[in-house]
Each structure stands twice: as C-alpha cells, then as structure tokens.
Write a protein that binds this ligand. Structure first.
Ligand code: DGP
Length: 216
C-alpha cells in the first residue's frame, strides 16, 4: 500500500515596517485574497494583546503601566515564545500564517530606545530559536509620510524621532531574501506586490522548504 504523502506545510509570511505603514490593511487583505484562492490562511499579530502577557504589553503601550526597558523587551519576546508551539503546529497542519510584526520589530523598537547595554545583539538574543519567516514583506515608508496617517501618536512609540531610529534598525536587520515594498503606492498596488511574494513563499513551502529558526 502506498504511504500517504505528508501534507505540505503552510508558509510563515511576515509583514514588518514602521508604525502606520499599512501592515494591518495589507495583512488583512492578503489573508482575504489567499482564502478566496483556496489557501488555508490565518492572520496572526504580535504583540498578541489577548494573553496575560499581552495584556501587560497593551497597558505598557497605552502608558497606563511603566516597566523597565529590558523587562518589557523580554515580555514582548515571551509573548512570541508563548505562541511558538501553536505557530509550529498550525504551519505543520498546512495553515499559512500571515503575521503582522514579529522578532524584527522586537529588535528594531528596543534598539531604537538607545538604552545603554541594550544594543542590537542583546535585543536579538531572546529571539534566537523562534521560527524564521519564509518571507518578510517589508513595507517601506518615510516616517514623515507615516506620521500623516490617522491615529499616529496615540501609543507610546509613535514619535517621529523614535520611528526614524526604528527605520534605521530595520535597514540593519534586512537580509537579501526580504521583499522590500514601497508602501506609498495605492492599496491595490501594494497588495499585488505582497500577493506575488506570498505566492512564491507558499509554493516553496509546498515543494518542501524546511522551517528554519532565527537567527541560524
Ligand atoms: P502594533 O499593535 O502593530 O501597532 O504594535 C504596537 C507597538 O509596539 C508598535 O509601536 C510597535 C511596538 N512593538 C511591536 N513589537 C514589539 C516588540 O517586540 N518590542 C518592542 N519594544 N516594541 C514592539
């Protein structure tokens, strides 16, 4: 009797970028279009504000809770670790995960605070061993343009100066396999570029690309 072929795993597709660059709009639209095309896809986001750790992170971001910069960094990271097994299981079950922010935001935002001792390498350390995305769709937008978008300034990190430093750190973290997308185009233009990169990653995973870890 033929051994049934293992189902292809899903792809881990990550959106990154400065605040208000359109990640939420584009990740939502990508999941809708993947589902319409028959792909089993789900939208996940970090921080996941629904867990106990996520509730503390939410209070911190809304400035109703203060915390040491190192401690909050580790909490953001722990919020990704607490979902790691569930992510791995979903991917193994063939679900494509479209994720709004992950470890790169974690590193870029804390490093942007320029706290003595919390340099890029320190920031990366707790992220090591988490899942490596199959595709990073980096929505690139000048901070001045992002600032004009609705809602900018509502949360703790939404100041022009900090976001400029976040953008600089994203540039340092970028790897040559990332897809850099000019986020100042129309919603449909940006979407079609995201969809093309996502299709390519989904195909690679169907063909057996292995799930890797950060920062191997
Ligand atoms: P969002 O829900 O995508 O708007 O993200 C909330 C804010 O938190 C945003 O300013 C980016 C920031 N952020 C996201 N992940 C991390 C992280 O792991 N560490 C730090 N320091 N900030 C993060």
């Amino acid at each position: 009797m033929a051994v049934p072929k293992a189902a292809a795993r899903g792809a881990f597709i990550l959106f990154e970028g400065v605040d208000r660059c359109g990640k939420t709009t584009q990740s939502t639209k990508l999941v809708e279009s993947l589902k319409a095309a028959g792909v089993n896809a789900e939208l996940w986001r970090y921080p996941d504000r629904t867990t106990e750790m996520g509730k503390m992170i939410n209070a911190y971001l809304q400035s109703s809770l203060d915390m040491d910069d190192g401690a909050i960094h580790l909490l953001f990271s722990a919020n990704r670790w607490e979902k790691r097994a569930a992510m791995e299981k979903a991917l193994g079950d063939g679900v494509t995960l479209v994720v709004d922010r992950y470890s790169y935001s974690g590193v870029a935002f804390t490093a942007a605070k320029e706290v003595p001792g919390l340099d890029l390498e320190w920031c990366k350390a707790p992220e090591r061993g988490l899942l490596r995305p199959d595709a990073v769709l980096y929505l690139d937008m000048p901070v001045d343009a992002a600032k004009t978008r609705g809602g900018f300034g509502e949360e703790r990190y939404e100041t022009g100066e900090l976001q400029e430093r976040v953008r600089t750190h994203f540039r340092v973290l970028r790897e040559d396999w990332w897809t850099i997308i000019d986020a100042s185009g129309t919603i449909d233009d940006v979407h079609s570029k995201c969809a093309a990169a996502a299709d390519e990653a989904i195909q690679r995973c169907r063909e057996g690309a292995e799930l890797a870890r950060l920062w191997d």
